[in-house]
Design a protein around this ligand. Structure first.
Ligand code: AMP
Length: 280
């Protein structure tokens, strides 16, 4: 695995690959790698001849400074895991590589409705930050394929929109959520859970399974309430439990029994915010 710290170095290397028409898969991450990230890497290795991973904890996508400060960093272990799992190129830029110059001008991305609901509503500015970093990374890497996880369902929709706004030729490949054996969606933030909280955390996925099991065409409000109560009883603090149309993320309180439905949860254990979703 070749590690690049500068965008110029990486660009130069990729330019040579482009001459020989080598397909590239790109897996952007914020590090503290886990099985979910490695599943994206594996998918990329199946699709593309060369896989590039990046590790960059992007300050502009954190609406909560404390969350940024507490974000886990395990760079040595990450490098070991990536190398062991066949990653060819790792990009580990520092903040000046991504946001060069004191007067770096931030773009404003027209994300429309997507920015007003769920993660957009509860994490103001988050998706602007995501778009800012991914735009820059796409400029540098210019990959054939871009890999992202369904765990961040709304983010995948934002990335799709960004790709079209940028008129990028990158093809977005969305990969299923990888879970621990007890159902907890793998997440870098899980590393911050103490033993007791780690035992509680699978309740998020359990609540999704209950909703999947009990959903019937008609009004969904009572069902939603039951999931909220289930989580609150287990001492979670909730941002939301919502049903939405899986195609456009329009929130729904009534299901006609036909539209594709997704249920999404965002909740806190202490100050650790965890999200999950299930397509029904
Ligand atoms: P992050 O490092 O959290 O920014 O995540 C980097 C990429 O990994 C994003 O596309 C995430 O959606 C994806 N990802 C995170 N957790 C999982 C998971 N449990 N299963 C699959 N993909 C994931």
């Amino acid at each position: 695995m070749i590690i690049f710290k500068t965008s110029a170095g990486l660009k130069n290397h990729l330019q040579k690959l482009r001459v020989s028409n080598t397909s590239t898969g790109f897996v952007p991450t914020m590090g503290a790698l886990h099985g979910g990230h490695l599943a994206l890497l594996k998918k990329s290795r199946q699709h593309a001849e060369i896989t590039i991973c990046s590790i960059f904890i992007n300050p502009t996508q954190f609406n909560n400074p404390q969350d940024f400060k507490n974000y886990p960093v395990t760079i040595e272990e990450d490098i070991y895991l990536l190398e062991k799992n066949g990653c060819e190129i790792l990009f580990v830029p520092d903040v000046n590589e991504i946001y060069p110059g004191k007067n770096f001008t931030y773009d404003r991305f027209e994300l429309g409705y997507l920015e007003t609901v769920l993660e957009g509503k509860y994490r103001p500015g988050h998706f602007q930050g995501v778009c800012q970093v991914v735009k820059r990374l796409l400029q540098i890497v210019d990959p054939t394929f871009l890999f992202a996880g369904q765990k961040d369902y709304q983010q995948c929709m934002v990335l799709k929109k960004l790709i079209s706004l940028l008129e990028s030729k990158a093809e977005l490949v969305v990969c299923p959520t990888l879970r621990e054996v007890d159902g907890l969606a793998m997440s870098s933030r899980n590393k911050r859970l103490n033993d007791n909280d780690r035992m509680k955390a699978p309740a998020i996925f359990q609540s999704l399974l209950l909703l999947q099991q009990d959903i019937k065409p008609g009004n969904l409000i009572q069902l939603k309430k039951s999931a909220e109560e289930f989580l609150v009883k287990k001492t979670f603090k909730l941002d939301y439990v919502e049903f939405a149309n899986a195609e456009n993320l329009a929130l729904i309180d009534y299901w006609n029994g036909e539209d594709p439905v997704i249920v999404l949860v965002a909740s806190y254990i202490k100050d650790i915010r965890l999200i999950d979703n299930l397509i029904i």
